[in-house]
Write a protein of this length. Structure first.
Length: 264
């Protein structure tokens, strides 16, 4: 399942600079053609080599957030609660990347004092991550779970366990009927006061958009607000349009910082 930019299979999918990029060569082409309802067999897509959603590296926005120390600042703002991270060595901050694909973002986020969990349904994604991890030096710790996101949110050992969730090309891969469940699962997995970071793609505003055609399903700021603020327990702390994106995604990304409200 997608999740890196962001996601899976490696840099071989990137078009060369010697010719014009076609629709088939863009990272999202496989997603657009895979399913009309969003119920994609992601393992089958991996096995068939239909992983062109994979950009071969983390998104420019995530790299910027790491380079400027913004991720660390946001984690510090969450506060500490040893009860929710007692089983992590040294009380490391826990981060989650659902729909992690190859796991580029998992490894990008795995710095000192952090334990990052990548999550994906496809066993082939797990295999790809294991190879990538063996080739990549990180200062923090990282793991990869081949599990369903919604089932994970119902696991007592996982609920209220994460300080920060990074969501990119995951929300857009889900059928619209699952959006309330997505928001509820995010709220269940995050600690009160925890942070949800959404790199929103494809962010397409307007009323004349077919929002049932996907994946990736076209999104809007109103859709995020509806499901995170009105349905779940989040407040929006920051939004910005994204200046630099992967090829084919320019002008269609936004970035949002959402905080999980504390229980009364």
């Amino acid at each position: 399942m997608p999740g890196d930019a962001d996601s899976s299979s490696g840099s071989n999918d990137k078009p060369s600079a010697s010719h014009e990029t076609t629709d088939k060569e863009r990272p999202d082409a496989a997603l657009r053609s895979s399913s009309a309802v969003g119920d994609v067999d992601w393992e089958q897509a991996w096995q068939a080599g239909r992983t062109r959603w994979d950009a071969g590296k983390s998104s420019p926005k995530l790299l910027e957030l790491e380079a400027t120390g913004e991720i660390t600042r946001l984690l510090d703002s969450v506060g500490t609660d040893s009860r929710s991270r007692g089983h992590m060595p040294g009380g490391a901050r826990r981060l989650l990347v659902p729909g992690a694909g190859s796991g580029y973002d998992v490894l990008t986020l795995a710095s000192v004092g952090r334990h990052v969990t990548g999550l994906d349904l496809a066993p082939s994604a797990l295999d790809r991550f294991a190879k990538l991890k063996a080739e990549t030096a990180t200062d923090g710790s990282a793991e990869f779970l081949c599990r369903d996101f919604f089932e994970l949110s119902e696991d007592p050992g996982q609920r209220a366990s994460y300080d920060l969730v990074w969501d990119y090309t995951f929300f857009c891969a889900l059928a619209p009927r699952l959006r309330d469940a997505w928001a509820a699962a995010q709220a269940a997995l995050l600690r009160p006061n925890g942070i949800l970071l959404t790199l929103m793609y494809p962010l397409i505003e307007g009323d004349d958009v077919d929002r049932e055609q996907g994946p990736p399903f076209p999104l809007s700021r109103a859709i995020y607000h509806q499901h995170l603020v009105e349905t779940a327990r989040f407040s929006l702390e920051h939004f910005e349009t994204v200046a630099e994106s992967h090829p084919s995604r320019e002008g269609r990304e936004g970035f949002g910082v959402w905080r999980r409200k504390a229980l009364p």
